[in-house]
Structures are given as C-alpha cells and as structure tokens.
Design a protein around this ligand. Structure first.
Ligand code: NDP
Length: 484
C-alpha cells in the first residue's frame, strides 16, 4: 500500500495545512483506492488567503504588463518541463486516460498561460471623439477575484481562469474541485519555482459547501469566475448578485449533434462524432449527448454508430489502448448508472452498453461504465433533458430542418452544438437558429482561444476566452477630456 499523499494550500507564497486541520479523502477512480488527502479549508483559511491577495494587489497591478506576462510564460515553461508528471497525476486523480491528459489537458494548460500572457500585452481599449471632447476607456484590474473550477478538466479549466485574471493585474484566490485537487496542488510548487510574488495567486482546497461558500461570501472578493454545474452556479449567483459582485458562470450542457442525411460519413468524421460523445468518458461540458439524425439515414447510421461504440475499449487509464477510463467518483458513477436505469424506466432501448464494466487486477475496484447508446425516447423525457455527464448518448430521428432545430433547442441548456452536413447554406441557416453559445460545423472541439466561449439559457452567463476574458477581469472607466 503506497503512502497517502497530503496536499497543502498555497497561501501568501507558502504551502500550508488548513487551519482547522480537517482533510478530505482523495480517490483514484481507476482503482477506487484512497491515495491522497486534501485540505478541507474553512472561512479562516479563506480569510488569510484573501488578505494575502489584497496585500499583493497594489504591487502586482502596478507591475508592467510585459513583466506579468513573463511570470506566466515562466510558469508555463516550468510546467512543460514536468508535462509527463502532470499528465500522470491528472490521469490518476480523475480517471481519464493518461494519453488524453498528455495530449489535451496539460498542453491546453500551457496554451492557456501562454495565450493570456500574450493577449494581455495586446489588449487595447476604445477612444471616442466627441464634439468638443475626447473620451477614452481605461481598463483597470478589479482587485482580488475568485476562480472556482470543476473536476472534469482540472488543470485545463483552472488555468483557463487564473491566467486572464493574473495577466490583467488581479490577484486571485482559486478553489479547485476537491474531487481532483492534485494538479492544482502541484501547480503551487511551479509558481513558487517561477518566483511568482507571494499572495498573487492563492490556492485554497476544500469542499464547495465549506470552502467555496466561504470564498464567494467574502466581502473582499470583487468578481467570481465559476465553471461547474448549473445548480451550483445558481447557488453562487444567489449569494453574489445581492452584493453586486461581477459574475461569470460557465455551466452545464445537453448538447445536440445534428446529423443531416448529406453528411460526409468518412472515417475522420465518424471518429470526431465518437469523440464528441465519449471523450473523457462523456465528462466534458461540450460533449454531444443527444444525436439528432435525419430519418432517411437513421437506421444505417444507428447500425454503424453502435458498432463503432461497441469497439471502444474501456480500460486502465494507464493503458495506451484504453479509449475510455473511469468515471471521476463513486458518487458520479452512481449518478450515471441511475440515469441509465431511468432511461430504461422511461421506455428507452439500450442499443449498447448500459452496464458497469468490471476490470481485473489493480482496476477491480474502479468506477468504469460501458459507453451507452439509447434510442426510443421523446425529446422531453428526463433522459433527454437532464445533463448526465457520462458516457451516455441518445439517438433521436428527425425529418426536416425545422424539426431538427426544434429538437436541438428543446432543452433548458444552450452551450454547444455540432451540425453535420455537406450543404453550406443549410449549415449557416441552422447555425443561426440554434440556441447555443458555440456551434461547430462538420467538426467538434476545434478551439481558438481568441473566440468567445460560453453558453446561453441555463448553460451560462457571460463569455470567457480572448478579449471577453480580459474584459471580464477589468473594469471599464470612461475618461472624458474637454477640448474647448
Ligand atoms: P459543481 O458545480 O459540483 O462544482 C464546481 C466547483 O464549484 C467545485 O470546485 C465545487 O466544489 C464548487 N462548489 C460547489 N458548491 C459550491 C458553493 N456552494 N459555493 C462555491 N463553490 C461551490 O460541478 P462539478 O465539479 O460536478 O463539474 C461538473 C459540471 O461542470 C457539469 O455540470 C459540467 O457541465 C460543468 N462544466 C461546464 C463547463 C463550461 O465551460 N460551461 C466546462 C466544464 C464543466 P466541490 O468539488 O467541493 O463540490
């Protein structure tokens, strides 16, 4: 039995235990074994972290932009030197295949840091020539901000928030998900090695109920950038809104993948469709979990899709041959299995999967679920309305373009959609009619960090990415000079 690793908070440039000496167990999803403990920090730890961030703010916000960018680039360089170690840690902590962490999660964390380091140096603001006066806009950092991130893409989403916040001159108190705290805890050491001044970034671990709640309720916090479930987003908004704290909420999705009869069914496109449904065990907010397929190709599509899903390998995340690893936790495994049971109760037909996968050896206690495809359910049943956030996709036939749009829009969510067609005019028409923050045409998860990222309806409020993130983390001040 290997030793239990004890993770620390990172406050005021130091690694420190939680004041209350309370710890939370951290499990390896692939084995179901406890392998670490992370702080369950409380209002006292948050208080110290916010104070440290507030002390650091005057000097950090006055640091030239180029120098702030240099810090972020140095952190990225040091992280890159430890890429394999971080990929292994991310896989162990979250259950995702190590190959995915190596290819996606950690490289994207590097890109986030480098992108926002560069973007901040290119950030400009407006000037408005008025009759007899000139106005210009000053964009100034907010102060100390909170960044709260989920467990599905732990370091990827953690850096997606802290990088623009720091680059624009804010100081940060960040709370990663306590379910996957490992890479954020390791990131603290990288910041120390890079010489980041104390208090500029503080990482406080713990549960949402205790630590998260203390953070969002702290009067010293000027803005909250949150990614997570719609339920938690609503709870955060209820605390923050009456205090008029600036809020960015990136929340859940129930994304449609709309396949028209004239889609190009080549191997590359099939591979992308499969990834869009099952990448990271379906635990990506952008995953297409409802496949709307034109009726004239429905039966053929179904047969081919199910055959390809059956061929996906669920296995040890360490094994390069595994397409899918484990779900993140026992609780999430139970939730996903509960949704599959519900789909059966609602009258759905399980075309493949539908069960837990029991592996041998070190993964015998892991939380694995077979990729599951379900048909025969109406658009308004719970299975097609609620975010399952697991390796579960439904198939729904449609006849024409209007019906496709109506079905695609028939949920309370509106994060992402993909449209598959060879008809250029139809692609543009449908893209414009979808209630969705992001639409991919004949592709999925093709990302350019300059583009606005976020959802509509219950998927989010505000946009991240590019200039939107820089604007969120700054306050616009109009200065008017009389010329007469
Ligand atoms: P949660 O909403 O449960 O948690 C997100 C973060 O918020 C965690 O750090 C959590 O801590 C914390 N938290 C929970 N309760 C509170 C509270 N009352 N106050 C402050 N913080 C709190 O989401 P999950 O971690 O389960 O992540 C999965 C969800 O994230 C899915 O719904 C998914 O769609 C969404 N998501 C959205 C994305 C987007 O860009 N729109 C991208 C990725 C995921 P703790 O872990 O302790 O509960």
């Amino acid at each position: 039995m290997s030793e239990i690793r004890k993770l620390a908070n990172y406050i005021d440039g130091q690694l420190c235990p939680p004041q209350g000496r309370r710890w939370l167990d951290v499990f390896e999803p692939a084995s179901g074994q406890r392998f670490a403990e992370c702080p369950d920090s409380d209002v006292g730890d948050i208080g110290v972290a916010v104070q440290a961030a507030q002390r650091a703010f005057p000097a950090w916000s006055a640091t030239p932009i180029a120098q702030r960018a240099q810090f972020l680039n140095r952190i990225a360089d040091l992280l890159e030197a430890r890429l394999e170690e971080f990929a292994q840690a991310e896989s162990r902590d979250s259950g995702k295949p190590v190959a995915l962490a190596r290819r996606l999660d950690i490289p994207r964390a590097l890109s986030n840091l480098r992108f926002f380091a560069a973007a901040a140096t290119q950030f400009s603001s407006e000037a408005h020539a008025t009759d007899g006066a000139i106005n210009y806009t000053l964009r100034q950092p907010l102060g100390t901000v909170a960044c709260i991130s989920p467990w599905n893409l732990p370091l990827y989403l953690f850096t997606w928030k802290i990088a623009p916040a720091l680059a624009t001159g804010n100081t940060v108190v960040a709370k990663p998900s306590e379910i996957t705290p490992l890479t954020a805890a390791m990131f603290a050491q990288v910041c120390m090695d890079a010489g980041l001044p104390p208090g500029v970034l503080n990482i406080v671990h713990g549960s949402g109920q205790r630590t998260g709640q203390a953070l969002i309720g702290h009067s010293g916090i000027r803005a909250i950038s949150f990614t997570g479930s719609t339920r938690t987003g609503a709870a955060i908004a209820a605390v923050a809104a009456p205090r008029f704290v600036k809020l960015s909420l990136e929340m859940g999705g129930k994304n449609p993948t709309v396949v028209f009869a004239d889609w190009e069914a080549n191997e590359a496109n099939w591979a992308t469709l499969l990834r869009s449904a099952f990448s990271n065990q379906g635990q990506i907010c952008l995953c297409g979990s409802r496949l709307l397929v034109q009726r004239s190709i429905y039966e053929n599509f179904k047969a081919a899709f199910v055959e390809k899903v059956r061929a996906l390998r669920v296995g040890d995340p360490q094994d390069p041959a595994s397409d899918l690893g484990a779900l993140v936790s026992q609780a999430h495994f139970d939730k996903v299995m509960g949704h599959i049971a519900l789909a059966r109760e609602e009258g759905g037909t399980i075309l493949c999967g539908g069960d837990a996968v029991r592996l041998e050896g070190r993964c015998a206690g892991g939380w694995f679920v077979a990729p599951t495809v379900i048909e025969g359910l109406g658009a308004d049943c719970r299975t097609n309305q609620e975010e399952i956030f697991g390796p579960v996709a439904t198939l729904i036939p449609f006849d024409g373009e209007d019906e496709a749009v109506a079905l695609a829009n028939a949920t309370n969510y509106g994060l992402a959609a993909s449209i598959w067609t060879s008809n250029l005019k139809r692609a543009h028409r449908v893209a414009a009619r979808l209630e969705s923050g992001i639409v991919w045409i004949n592709c999925w998860l093709k990302r350019d960090l300059r583009t606005p990222f976020g959802g509509v309806k219950q998927s989010g409020v505000g946009r991240e990415g590019g200039v939107d993130a820089l604007r969120f983390f700054t306050e616009a001040k109009n200065v008017c000079i009389d010329l007469e």
